[in-house]
Design a protein around this ligand. Structure first.
Ligand code: B12
Length: 214
């Protein structure tokens, strides 16, 4: 019998040790054992990535290691995402999401995008390093209800503030709700820049997105 706690532990360890093969193996075993894929992402792989981040910050782990660790996490998450059931049959809203210009961190944003899809949103994922005007133009084109922006660096979170202004300039700010997230972003920052919501993780993002549309 596959033990859930053991899967979560191995998932975290595979990221910290940048062992891509093990990360993929754990993801496949979790799917075969019917363990909730989102739990494995959130409580396993993401925890490992948070720890790898701390080691990196303390200078105990270097960038090339972090790059390989990220690749392992991305392929494991892909395996798990493919196994996620669609929870909503009818469309609940249209969301445009992306990582702010200058920022290439996209793992968390990708997870939020997937969860929004799973929960019935039509999602337009613009990817990473997204120019602010692309958020505005796409929102207009697809008639978005929500724009979600991700920033993982103090240098790029200011883009979220400018985006608020760009949306006002384009006459869109009253038509869309804005959501912000990413490691350096806080509720306080969201309040300061006038974003409609902040979410700390993908589960919270779904709850907040639904609230915004109610
Ligand atoms: C993995 C990683 C990388 C990978 C990124 C791979 C990829 N494809 O994304 C690589 C190795 C490439 C990388 C590069 C760099 N990184 Co880096 N990286 C990280 C690390 C360790 C983890 C990020 C991650 O993926 N976490 C896992 C996911 C699941 O969590 P998450 O992103 O937080 O997402 C969750 C929530 O935040 C939320 N969320 C996220 N987005 C959104 C959006 C919305 C709308 C909502 C509602 C919610 C939401 O939900 C997500 C799911 O639960 C962080 C440390 C950390 N603690 O975050 C540093 C970190 C972000 N990196 C950092 C730095 C400095 C860099 C580099 C500049 C390093 C360098 N010297 O080159 C470059 C960046 C280059 C650039 N221009 O962007 C710093 C930023 C410091 C700062 N305060 O500005 C950090 C904090 C590390 C540190 N402590 O020093 N990095």
């Amino acid at each position: 019998m596959v033990d859930k706690e053991d899967i979560l532990r191995r998932a975290a360890k595979s990221v910290i040790e940048a062992d891509q093969e093990e990360a993929e193996r754990v993801a496949r075993e979790a799917v075969e054992a019917g363990i909730d894929p989102f739990l494995v992402i959130n409580e396993g792989f993401s925890k490992g990535m948070a720890e790898a981040g701390e080691l990196f910050e303390r200078g105990e782990l270097y960038l090339p290691h972090l790059i390989v660790a990220s690749e392992g996490m991305v392929s494991a998450v892909n395996i798990l995402e493919a196994a996620m059931p669609h929870k909503e049959e009818k469309k609940v809203g249209v969301a445009v999401i992306g990582t702010i210009e200058g920022d290439i961190h996209d793992i968390g944003k990708g997870i939020v995008a997937t969860m929004l899809r799973v929960y019935g949103f039509e999602v337009h994922d613009l990817g990473r390093d997204v120019p602010l005007k692309s958020f505005v133009e796409t929102a207009k084109k697809v008639n978005a209800d929500i724009i979600g922006s991700s920033a993982l660096m103090t240098t790029t979170m200011t883009g979220q503030k400018i985006l608020e202004q760009e949306l006002k300039n384009a006459g869109l700010r009253d038509k869309v709700k804005t959501m912000v997230g990413g490691a350096v972003v806080t509720q306080r920052w969201a309040n300061k820049i006038g974003a409609d919501a902040y979410a700390e993780n993908a589960i919270e993002a779904i709850a907040k997105a639904r609230e915004l549309l109610d």
